[in-house]
Design a protein around this ligand. Structure first.
Ligand code: IPM
Ligand code: MG
Length: 370
């Protein structure tokens, strides 16, 4: 079995605790399914800052780039609130995305049947929900220049961010959305603000043209991003794949995540372009939720989004479809038995710890792999 190199960046807050559960799963798979995963780990975010004074060291960046896949936990916390902007914990994640050119962020929002009652929306609105947000991840206002605060000299300051998109960036992210749609219900909704923003005007034109020339078999419609947010909470099942820019994707994916009952449930994959020779994509997998410093160290964090991110890793980086299917099924089965971490706890269920949830998923994985 060829070795599969995975670089682990647990990060801060609950990151290390949820990553520990994935490590146990990886060890179990290596021992029992001869999966040949080879892991190494590094520091990112506040923990990297404490050790090296930066949000990720050059050495760890090199290891990330050289790996087949990166698993990322979460970064940030009040401890680092006063750190210089360039070294703040989030800068580590943004550098990974930018330097690895991970332009395509896939954020599936799936409502597990057992959790349909945990959503803040009525059960019939979310039951069976299965949508995919495709967020552009290396462009737009997150990275556009100028990006600065300048002194106007009259006691006033001016803050500037730049929302900028080139044709090729819009084409490649919509290409990913159309390809994904073909493997699902074949529908894409593109969201921007063409009524206010020039990048929105271009986004709309490029997606429309690229669709017509390359993916006429896929159904495409357009929605203004604010109306899209409203439709997401009104009747989310109208969507299949949503393609949108970096900032709108950040917001809309948090909205979509909460439809499923808890932010603690949602995995994501960030992918680069396929290498022209090896066809392999650089990739990073991370839960959509943050580092939850308020509950860190208590053993109660929900490891499911992290574990489901590893399922995406097997699916997209290692073409281990069967194992990925089994792991997703294992998560659903454990939820069906009524086991819950605190964030998804509801009446009649049994509340368990982070470690117990990890162990229950491995046990179910063992049963499914037998
Ligand atoms: C996310 C997060 C990040 C983002 C932060 C941590 C920089 O909110 O991945 O959605 O804004 O992209
Ligand atoms: Mg976010």
């Amino acid at each position: 079995m060829a070795n599969r190199k995975i670089f682990l960046l647990p990060g801060d807050g609950i990151g290390p605790a949820i990553m520990a559960e994935v490590e146990k799963l990886i060890n179990w798979m290596n021992e029992n399914l001869s999966t040949g995963f080879e892991t190494d780990s590094g520091l990112v975010g506040g923990s990297a800052y404490d050790a090296h004074g930066v949000a990720i060291s050059d050495e760890d960046m090199e290891k990330a780039v050289a790996s087949d896949a990166v698993l990322f936990g979460a970064v940030g916390g009040p401890k680092w609130d006063d750190v210089a902007y360039e070294a703040r914990p989030e800068a580590g994640l943004l550098r990974l995305r930018k330097d690895m050119e991970l332009f395509a962020n896939l954020r599936p929002a799936i409502c597990y049947p057992a959790l349909a009652n945990s959503s803040s929306l009525r059960k019939e609105v979310v039951d069976g929900l299965d949508i995919l947000i495709v967020r552009e991840l290396t462009g737009g206002v997150y990275f556009g220049e100028p990006k600065e605060i300048i002194d106007l000299g009259n006691g006033q300051q001016r803050a500037i961010d730049t929302q900028v998109y080139d044709t090729y960036e819009i084409e490649r992210i919509s290409g990913v959305a159309f390809e994904m749609a073909r493997t699902r219900s074949n529908r894409v909704t593109s969201m921007e603000k063409r009524n206010v923003m020039k990048p929105g005007v271009l986004w709309n034109q490029v997606v429309t043209k690229y669709h017509k020339e390359n993916y006429p078999d896929v159904e495409l419609d357009h929605m203004l991003a604010d109306a899209g947010g409203m439709q997401l909470v009104r009747w989310p099942k109208q969507f299949d794949v949503i393609v949108t820019d970096n900032l709108f994707g950040d917001m809309l994916s948090d909205v979509a995540a909460m439809l499923t009952g808890s932010l603690g449930m949602l995995p994501s994959a960030s992918l680069g372009a396929p290498d022209p020779i090896t066809k392999k994509r650089k990739a990073l997998y991370e839960p959509v939720h943050g580092s939850a410093p308020d509950i860190a160290g208590q053993g109660i964090a929900n490891p499911i989004a992290m574990i489901a991110s590893f399922a995406m890793c097997m699916r997209y980086s290692f073409e281990m479809t069967e194992e990925a299917d089994n792991l997703e099924k294992a998560i659903a089965n454990v939820l069906d038995t009524g086991k819950r971490t605190g964030d998804i706890m509801s009446e009649g269920c049994t509340q368990i710890t982070t470690e117990e949830m990890g162990a229950a998923i491995i046990a179910e994985m063992a049963a499914l792999s037998a």
